[in-house]
Design a protein around this ligand. Structure first.
Ligand code: DGY
Length: 318
C-alpha cells in the first residue's frame, strides 16, 4: 500500500508532482488554513504532513496522527509547530532554508527604501493629481549613505540583508546569539542595547523562540534613536505591536516597514492609518522562483524520510 501524505494548503504544482509519483495525496488545494478537525479526519492515517506557517501544528494535532513520521514545513521558521511534541513522538521536522534567503533580504531592502523615501505616500500623491511641480522639500526623505544599520539576528537572511545595505554605504552592526553569526568582518558585533541605541535603522531577522518573543518592546523602541527606522521581515510576535504604534504616532521613529504582524493576518488597526509605515502581507519569500524551490524542498524531504533517507533540511532529529 502506498504511503499517505496530507498537504494542508495550496503549494506550487512542482511539489505536488514530486509527491504524487510515489504517494497517495490528500491535498487541500485552498489558500486559507483548513479547520483542524477537517484536516485530521481527511487523512487520519497520514505518514507525512506538508504544512504552511499559518497551520498550527499543536501537540493535540500531532497526537491524532498516529502514523506520522515527518512534518515538512513550507517555511524556514518552524514556530507554528510544537517541536517538543514532535520530538517526543520521534517525528522528523524539516523546513525550507537557504532557498528563500535572497528573496526575503530583497523584500527587507524594498521596505527600507519605501519607508525612507516615502514611496507609498509619494505614489498616492501623484495619483491624486497633487504633483504641481518640483519643490526643494517635496517628500524629502531619510538618506542612508554613512548611516548605521543594526541587524538583530545575523543568520542567513540577516547576512544577506547586511550585504545589501553595505552597497548603499551603510555601516553594519549586529547582535546575535553567538558572536559570529554568518557575518563577514566588515560587520561589528555589539550588544542588543548598543545596537538599539546607536543604529539609524534597526532590522530584525531573528527566529521566533521563547527568548525572542516580544524582544522589541516599548522600552527598546523608546531606546531607539529619535528619527530612526524599524523593519520586521521575521515574525510578528518578535514585536509588541502596540508599543510600535505608540512610537510611530509620537514621531519618535521616522517610520517602519513591516512584512509580518503580531496577530497575523490581523493588523493593528492604528497601523492602517499611519502614513509613516509600509505594510506588506508576509511576502518576504514570495517570488515565483523561491516559492517553487520551497515546494520542491518540502516535498523532497518527505520523499527522503518515507524512503528511509536523511533529508538535507532537518530541523529536528528525533
Ligand atoms: C518563512 O519561511 O519562515 C517565511 O516567513 C515565509 O517564507
Amino acid at each position: 500500500m502506498k504511503k499517505r501524505v496530507l498537504i494542508t494548503q495550496h503549494i506550487p504544482e512542482t511539489g505536488i508532482r514530486l509527491l504524487e509519483k510515489q504517494f497517495d495525496l490528500v491535498y487541500h488545494d485552498v489558500r486559507q488554513p483548513v479547520q483542524t478537525e477537517r484536516l485530521i479526519s481527511s487523512c487520519p492515517d497520514a505518514d507525512a504532513l506538508l504544512c504552511l506557517l499559518s497551520d498550527k501544528i499543536t501537540s493535540d494535532f500531532i497526537s491524532r496522527l498516529p502514523d506520522l513520521k515527518v512534518i515538512a514545513n513550507y517555511a524556514v521558521g518552524v514556530n507554528n509547530i510544537d517541536l517538543h511534541a514532535a520530538k517526543n513522538r520521534k517525528i522528523l521536522v524539516c523546513n525550507t532554508p537557504d532557498v528563500l534567503t535572497h528573496a526575503t533580504a530583497d523584500l527587507a531592502l524594498g521596505l527600507l527604501l519605501a519607508v525612507t523615501r516615502q514611496l507609498i505616500p509619494a505614489d498616492q500623491f501623484c495619483r491624486r493629481g497633487e504633483f504641481k511641480g518640483w519643490a526643494s522639500d517635496l517628500f524629502a526623505g531619510f538618506g542612508l549613505q554613512g548611516k548605521q544599520c543594526g541587524i538583530i539576528g545575523m543568520g542567513k537572511i540577516g547576512t544577506a540583508f547586511a550585504e545589501r545595505v553595505k552597497v548603499l554605504g551603510m555601516k553594519v552592526v549586529y547582535s546575535n546569539r553567538n558572536v559570529s553569526g554568518s557575518a563577514d568582518s566588515a560587520c561589528t558585533f555589539v550588544s542588543l542595547d548598543e545596537l538599539i541605541q546607536t543604529s539609524d535603522v534597526v532590522s530584525i531577522h531573528a527566529p521566533l523562540t521563547t527568548e525572542t518573543r516580544g524582544i522589541m518592546n516599548l522600552e527598546r523602541f523608546l531606546a531607539m534613536k529619535p528619527g530612526s527606522v524599524f523593519l520586521n521581515t521575521g515574525r510578528g510576535e518578535l514585536v509588541d505591536e502596540g508599543a510600535l504604534v505608540q512610537v510611530l504616532k509620537t514621531g519618535h521613529l521616522f517610520g517602519a516597514g513591516l512584512d509580518v504582524f503580531e496577530r497575523e493576518p490581523e493588523i493593528h488597526q492604528d497601523l492602517l492609518s499611519l502614513n509613516n509605515v509600509v505594510l506588506a502581507p508576509h511576502i518576504g519569500s514570495a517570488t515565483i522562483e523561491t516559492r517553487e524551490k520551497m515546494a520542491i524542498m518540502a516535498a523532497q524531504a518527505i520523499c527522503d524520510v518515507l524512503n528511509g533517507l536523511t533529508p538535507t533540511n532537518l530541523v529536528l532529529f528525533s
